[in-house]
Design a protein around this ligand. Structure first.
Ligand code: PEP
Ligand code: MG
Length: 605
C-alpha cells in the first residue's frame, strides 16, 4: 500500500493526539419490512404499536437527558429537539395517516413520512435546516429500532481504551459514550460546528470529523493515529510514526500542564499591562470549567439558553434562583448577564413563530424583548433580585442599534427598579449596566452610547456578520468571514477609543477572543478584558503573559494601514511564528491564520 493511501484527511475539530486501537461502531441499518394490513382491527393494533414505539423512544431520550454529565447539560436542548420531532406533525401524524388510510405497516408508514420530511427540508440549502434533517433521520432510526424490537447496545461493546470510529454520532450517542474509555473520536460525517465537535472540544477529546469513508477504510482493532488539530488520521502507522506522535503527545501534554498550572495567575504582559480574562457560559454548570481554567469572572452569560432548553417559559422565581446560584458560585468575581438574545437561529418552542424573510435582520434579541415587555420585565426583576446577594452581577443589552432603543431598555429597567424599591425588595443599587456593540450603527455612535452605559462588550460574531453583510451560517459566503478584515479592525479600534475616551471599560466576547492567534491583535487594540469559552482561557492567558504590549501596539498600528485581511494575516503569521514558535508548532500550525480562498469566478449560471 502506498504511503499516502494510509492517510485520511478530515477536519480537525478538537486538538490533541490520540494513538490506539480503532473501535468501529457499526450501528447497522434496521431492515424495514413491508406489508399491507389485513383484517379487522389491524389498523388500530398497528397504530397502538407505533404509539408504543414512540413512547419508548421518548423514555429513552428522557433517560439519556437525565444521565447527561453536568458538563454536557448545555447540549440537553439537542435531545429535546429529538423529543419534539417524535411528536411532530410531519412524522407522527403522517405515519398514523399512512397506517390508517393506506393500511401500511408501521415501519413502512414511518419510512414514507420520513422520506416526505426529507424531500421537504433536504431541498433547502440552509445549513441549520439541513442539520435538522439529520436530527429527523436519527429520530426515525430510533423509532424503527423500537418497532423491530432491536436492542440498541452498540455503544456498550467498548471494553478497553479505544479511538471510536463511527459513520456519524449524534449528541445523544456522545452523551452515552464511556468517556474514560474514549481516547479519540473519528466520524465520516460532520463539520466544525456540529454538536459532536462542540462536545468533543468541551471534553478535550481529540477529534477528527468529515473523514469520509473512514469506517470503511479502517479495520476493527487496528492501530490508528489521529491529530485533532491538523484533522489527520493515519492508518497502519509505521514504528517511526508511532514514536513521532507519542513524542508530540508528550510535548502537548507537558505544554498543556504547564499553561494550566499558570492559568490561575493574573494575565499580565511582560511590560506590566493587565488584561482581564473571563469566560462565556451558556449554563450554570459551566461555572466549574470557568473557575478550573482560571477565568476571572463571567464576561458573557448567554441567558437565552436557559429559555431554549424547556417547553415552557420559565417564571421569574425559577430565573431568580438560577441567577442567584450562578452569582454566588462565581462571587466575588463578576458575572455579566446578557438579557435575552433570542431569535434568528436561537429559538424556543414556547414563543410565537414569526414568519420572517430575514430572521437575522428581524425581531430578535433586544427588539424582541422590547416587543414582549412582560417577558423582559420578568427577566430584569429576576436579575435585579439576584444581584442583592453577592453584588457581583453586571447587566448588558444585546444587539442595540441606536440610542432610542438603549434608552427604552434603560427606561424599563428603571421602572422595574422603582417597583422593587416600592415593594422593599432588595437589589444591588450599584449594579453596572453595559451594552453589546454588534451592529455597525452602534459603532458609528459609540461616543453617544458610551455616555449612557458603564461598559461596552464587542460581540464580533455578529459585528462581523452585519458589517461585512454576510450570513454567518451561509457556506457560500463563508470565505468573506474575516476577523482581520481592515473594516472590522477599524470598527473595533473606533469603539475601543470611544469607550476609553468616555472613561468606560471595553471588552470583547466574540469567538475571535478565544483564538490565541488573535490575542496580540486584541491586546494591541487595547481591550480591557477578553471573554471566551472556558477551555480557551489557559492558552490565551499564556500568550498574554509572554507578550510585550509595545509589540502588540506596533503590530496593530501597522495592520491598520494594510488594505486586505490576507496581508494582515501574513504579517500576523510571521510574527507569531517568530515570537511563539512552540505554541503554534504544538497546537495547530495549519490553522494558524484563517486564509479563506476566494471562490473561482463561474462563467455559467
Ligand atoms: C457575538 O455576537 O459576538 C456574541 C458574543 O453573541 P452571540 O454569539 O451569542 O450572538
Ligand atoms: Mg451576538
Amino acid at each position: 500500500m502506498d504511503r499516502d493511501a494510509r492517510i485520511i484527511q478530515g477536519i480537525g475539530v478538537s486538538p490533541g493526539i490520540a494513538i490506539g486501537k480503532a473501535h468501529i461502531l457499526e450501528r447497522g441499518r434496521v431492515a424495514v419490512p413491508y406489508h399491507v394490513l389485513m383484517g379487522e382491527g389491524a389498523v388500530e393494533e398497528e397504530c397502538a404499536r407505533f404509539e408504543a414505539a414512540i413512547g419508548k423512544a421518548e423514555r429513552e431520550l428522557e433517560e439519556i437527558k437525565e444521565k447527561l454529565r453536568p458538563d454536557l447539560k448545555e447540549h440537553a436542548h439537542v435531545i429535546e429537539v429529538h423529543q419534539m420531532i417524535l411528536r411532530d406533525r410531519l412524522i407522527y401524524d403522517e405515519t398514523l395517516r399512512f397506517i390508517g388510510e393506506e393500511r401500511l405497516n408501521a415501519q413502512w408508514a414511518l419510512v414514507r413520512s420520513l422520506r416526505k420530511a426529507h424531500d421537504l427540508f433536504g431541498a433547502l440549502k440552509d445549513e441549520y435546516i439541513r442539520s435538522r434533517v439529520a436530527d429527523v433521520d436519527a429520530v426515525g432510526e430510533q423509532v424503527l429500532r423500537n418497532l423491530s424490537g432491536h436492542n440498541d447496545d452498540w455503544l456498550d461493546g467498548i471494553r478497553e481504551r479505544v479511538i471510536v470510529v463511527a459513520h456519524d454520532l449524534s449528541p445523544a450517542d456522545v452523551g452515552q459514550l464511556r468517556l474514560e474509555r474514549t481516547l479519540g473520536l473519528v466520524t465520516d460525517m460532520g463539520g466544525r460546528t456540529s454538536h459532536t465537535s462542540i462536545i468533543a472540544r468541551s471534553l478535550n477529546i481529540p477529534a477528527v470529523v468529515g473523514a469520509e469513508r473512514a469506517t470503511e477504510r479502517i479495520s476493527m482493532g487496528s492501530v490508528i493515529i489521529i491529530d485533532g488539530a491538523a484533522g489527520k488520521l493515519i492508518t497502519n502507522p509505521t514504528e517511526k510514526e508511532i514514536s513521532y506522535y507519542y513524542e508530540r503527545q508528550d510535548e502537548i501534554e507537558t505544554y498543556v500542564k504547564e499553561i494550566n498550572r499558570k492559568a490561575h495567575l493574573p494575565a499580565e504582559t511582560r511590560d506590566g499591562y493587565h488584561v482581564g480574562v473571563e469566560a462565556n457560559i451558556e449554563v450554570l454548570e459551566e461555572v466549574v470549567a470557568a473557575k478550573d481554567n482560571g477565568a476571572e469572572g463571567v464576561g458573557l452569560y448567554r441567558t437565552e439558553f436557559f429559555f431554549m432548553n424547556r417547553k415552557e417559559l420559565p417564571d421569574e422565581e425559577t430565573l431568580y434562583h438560577e441567577y442567584r446560584e450562578l452569582a454566588e458560585l462565581m462571587a466575588p468575581q463578576p458575572v455579566t448577564m446578557r438579557t435575552l438574545d433570542l431569535g434568528a437561529d436561537k429559538l424556543a418552542s414556547w414563543y410565537p413563530r414569526l414568519e420572517e424573510a430575514n430572521p437575522a435582520l428581524g425581531l430578535r434579541s433586544i427588539r424582541l424583548c422590547l416587543r414582549y415587555i412582560e417577558l423582559f420585565r420578568s427577566q430584569l426583576r429576576a436579575i435585579l433580585r439576584a444581584s442583592a446577594s453577592a453584588r457581583n452581577i453586571r447587566l448588558m443589552f444585546p444587539l442595540v442599534s441606536g440610542i432610542a432603543e438603549l434608552m427604552e431598555a434603560k427606561r424599563i429597567l428603571k421602572e422595574v427598579r422603582e417597583d422593587l424599591t416600592a415593594r422593599r425588595v432588595p437589589f444591588d443599587e450599584a449594579m453596572r449596566v453595559g451594552v453589546m456593540i454588534e451592529v455597525p450603527s452602534a459603532v458609528a455612535i459609540a461616543d453617544l452610547m458610551a455616555r449612557e452605559v458603564s461598559f461596552f462588550s464587542i460581540g464580533t460574531n455578529d459585528l462581523i456578520q452585519y458589517s461585512l453583510a454576510i450570513d454567518r451560517g451561509n457556506e457560500h459566503v463563508a470565505y468573506l468571514y474575516e476577523p482581520l478584515h481592515p473594516g472590522v479592525l477599524r470598527f473595533i479600534k473606533h469603539t475601543v477609543d470611544a469607550g476609553h475616551k468616555a472613561g468606560i471599560e471595553v471588552s470583547i466576547c466574540g469567538e475571535m477572543a478565544a483564538e490565541p492567534v488573535y490575542t496580540p491583535v486584541l491586546l494591541g487594540l487595547e481591550f480591557d478584558k477578553l471573554s471566551m469559552n472556558p477551555q480557551a482561557v489557559p492558552r490565551v492567558k499564556n500568550l498574554i503573559s509572554r507578550s510585550f504590549m509595545k509589540d502588540c501596539r506596533r503590530f496593530v498600528k501597522k495592520a491598520l494601514q494594510i488594505s486586505t485581511a490576507g496581508e494582515i494575516g501574513d504579517h500576523l503569521h510571521d510574527m507569531m511564528m517568530k515570537k511563539f514558535p512552540e505554541e503554534f508548532q504544538i497546537f495547530d500550525p495549519s490553522a494558524l491564520v484563517a486564509r479563506p480562498a476566494l471562490p473561482r469566478a463561474k462563467r455559467d449560471l
